[in-house]
Write a protein that binds this ligand. Sequence first.
Ligand code: MSP
Length: 508
Amino acid sequence: MKSFYITTAIDYANAGPHLGHAYEKVLTDVIARFKRLQGFDVRFLTGLDEHGMKVQQSAEKKGIEPQEFVNDIALEFLALLKQLNISNDDYIRTTGERHKVVVQNLLQKLHDQGDIYKDYYHGYYSVRAEQFVLEKEKVDGEWPSIYGEVVEITEPNYFFRLGKYQDWLIEHIKTHEDFIFPKSRANQVLEFLKEPVNDLCISRPRERLSWGISLPFDEDYVTYVWFDAVTNYLSAVAPGTPENEKYWPADYHVIGKDILVPAHSVYWPIMLKAGGIEPPLGFIVHGFWTMSGKKMSKSEGEIVDPFDLIEEFGPDAFRYFVTREMNVGLDSDFTLERFMIRYNSDLANDLGNLLSRLLNMTHRYCGGIVPTASVREEPEAVLLENWGKVQEEVVGLFDGFRFHTALERIFHFISSVNRYAETRAPWKLAKSDAAEDRQRLETALACMAESLRLVAIVLTPVMPDVCERINGLLGTQGVDSWEGNLDWSERMEGNALGKAAILFPKTR
Ligand code: MSP
């Protein structure tokens, strides 16, 4: 079985999760579930980025040890994964031993071969951003407020020879079309690489930052945040263990647009290249959720708490909303109003209603058993044609990460099934004594049942729970693979349907 390794970014352990974190998990989960249905042996990794200055400071403020602080945050992120029904196979924490070993081995190798060297660093350092900042970034002589306090420091540190591998990276990006999705982001990286890249300062003196992994060749230093963070993707499939090794190189790292350049697209591939390890096959770079056009940030107080939405509307309504609204790669604005429109109109009225209509009418007119479809007239021809279009496109859309379009097409089809039910109006046909009308009625219910069977297959990666419930009510099993299961068929005939159920209750 061909392996497929997909990862999310690991979340900073300095604050709890928000909509952006939840979105990235859902997006990655949709891909992982889809790939499993395509027959891949999927390994899906997510985790927590626990070291660094901010965490150390937050813990100090609370008067607790950093480890205790991150342990609490880990519980919040793990609870989110559970509530969202995320199917990750592994969860990595950068304070774990398995991670430390891999980071130190890589550092040692790069040091031994001369790619890491010691030199003086003089510069301006932003405590809040945990990075050195450049004079040219000043606006009207002031540091941008996102940097908080900026201090001037000169200190010996360790550097990684990034520049040495710059030409290789440019060539790699140019010759690997699928390295960065969407493609426009690859141009952004190439633009960045037009200027010579500076060697990367990868250490902090332990006296200033104690919360980190020690450099194996100098105990007075710890590794700087990015070196420790990006390596998680490799440490989770620890080199040297055959059952894990098959997953490397990773197929996709799913990340937000803020951490592509330079951390993921420059530092990480070069670290791997220097270490003699294959780079990942690709990055999927998603945009940002904003609120009323503004960036979500704790300091601005503009945060959507995913837990509230999940509790009120259920995990699948949340999963559906973010997948339907976000065109992967672009930004999207969150409003509760928009969420409610999607919930009421797509989920409750279109999908939920279709199911309850089917269940009600099948019990009323056919003893709860799916009847035979024996008529093929114009309304059926239109319905089948509509399904044909979805069937033709849906796999390609999922494969191309165009989930919002896939969902648009699927829900278009669901609306067309509701229209079909209106056209056929089984409640009117039931009043007729003509044999053909009885056949039309039975055909209508059979076609609605078959439509829902198909819908519950293609929606599974996005709404696994809801689809399982639909399958239960239809008397069908979920499928292990889409292959061969998306053809319009008669296989619902004779199924005993469950009693009417409300999938998406009206909550406000
Ligand atoms: N710890 C680093 C990543 C290290 S990966 C080796 C980090 N953490 S983060 O908690 O700030 O962000 C985690 C992920 O969430 C990132 O991919 C980031 O882009 C994403 N998002 C954070 N806020 C977001 C939105 N408002 N909208 C969508 N995704 C956003 O960066």
